[in-house]
Design a protein around this ligand. Structure first.
Ligand code: 8YV
Length: 314
């Protein structure tokens, strides 16, 4: 049916989202194309929408190749992989999936915090290696009474704060500005926040403005008992400085769901027992991903119906 709007898919989608998009739209699966340029050239003038993800995004070249593009709807809250300036310059609207993943990503942040502190993954390896009969496992550390510094007090940061409070932690935060509706102590200076924090949890957006926000100075301030948790973007941490800080004992440990060059993880981290490494699974539960899929589709449907978009990136 050629009267249905043509939607370009940059990557395989969550199956339920894929089914919904294919039911209502004509799809061009760019990710399946052996010759991307040829597929783009063939469909360029027909494509009016892109469905993409935070991981794949949409760059300026792709936007420029599609003269009748009206909307980019992305599965994910982060839009650092989408060239927003290029989209805006063309009047192309962009939507993301804020809100629905905050609880799930915050769960993952606390899972990392507890796993590093209580040495859960290390202890699991100890049991699997058959070492328990030869001796007891060492001690971890308790988060209660410690300070959880949160970088980025948006939806995810707030969900982290709520959970960390339930574990008996003090909360403090840093971001570009103090939030009027947040009572926790605010630190305009990230080094100052790191200095009072036992755990530093990163929940800030990626993109050009936040590259290497966590650098050697921040890690030094976090200190030898400090733990870094990153569920944001790899780009917000100077990964070379982080590896160095872990090797030198400048910080105690790290829980990382994201990396600078995914899926590549610095080899030096693989042998460290005080580090927990995840393959970018913060939003990867059935409940969260289904909600993200529904919101992604609702935005696409609203655009096709000429209705207000639900969650437009402005
Ligand atoms: C997803 C994400 O892993 O929402 C984000 O910004 O990074 C994640 O939720 C991603 O969108 C899936 O590709």
């Amino acid at each position: 049916n050629t009267s249905r709007p043509v939607v370009l898919l940059t990557t395989p989608l969550l199956p339920s989202l894929q089914v919904a998009v294919e039911r209502d739209f004509t799809t061009v699966p760019l990710w399946q194309a052996a010759d991307r340029a040829a597929v783009l050239a063939l469909h360029a003038s027909d494509v009016r929408a892109i469905v993409t993800t935070s991981f794949v995004g949409a760059d300026a070249n792709l936007i420029a190749a599609l003269p009748n593009l009206e909307i980019i709807t992305s599965f994910g809250v982060g839009y650092d992989s989408i060239d927003i300036a290029a989209a805006k310059a063309r009047g192309v609207r962009v939507t993301n999936t804020p809100g629905v993943l905050c609880e799930g990503v915050a769960d993952c942040a606390l899972a990392l915090l507890l796993a590093v502190s209580h040495r859960i993954c290390e202890a699991d390896r100890f049991v699997r290696a058959g070492r328990w009969p030869q001796g007891t496992f060492g001690l971890g550390r308790s988060p209660a009474g410690k300070t959880c510094g949160i970088v980025g007090m948006g939806g995810i940061g707030r969900a982290v704060a709520k959970r960390a409070e339930a574990f008996g932690m003090r909360i403090a935060y840093h971001g570009p500005r103090r939030k009027d509706d947040v009572a926790y102590p605010y630190y305009a200076d990230l080094v100052a926040l790191a200095a009072v924090s036992d755990y530093l949890v990163l929940a800030l957006p990626g993109g050009a403005d936040t590259v290497h926000t966590v650098n050697a100075a921040v890690l030094a301030a976090l200190g030898p008992q400090g733990v870094l948790i990153n569920v944001a973007r790899g780009s917000v941490v100077d990964e070379v400085a982080l590896v160095q800080a872990l090797q030198d004992g400048m910080i105690a440990g790290a829980g990382l769901d994201v990396f600078e060059d995914e899926p590549d993880v610095p080899a030096a981290l693989l042998g460290m027992d005080n580090v927990v490494l995840l393959p970018h699974i913060g939003s990867a539960t059935e409940e969260t991903r289904n909600a993200m899929g529904e919101l992604t589709f609702a935005n696409l449907r609203a655009w096709a119906d000429g209705a207000p978009l639900l969650t437009e990136v402005l």
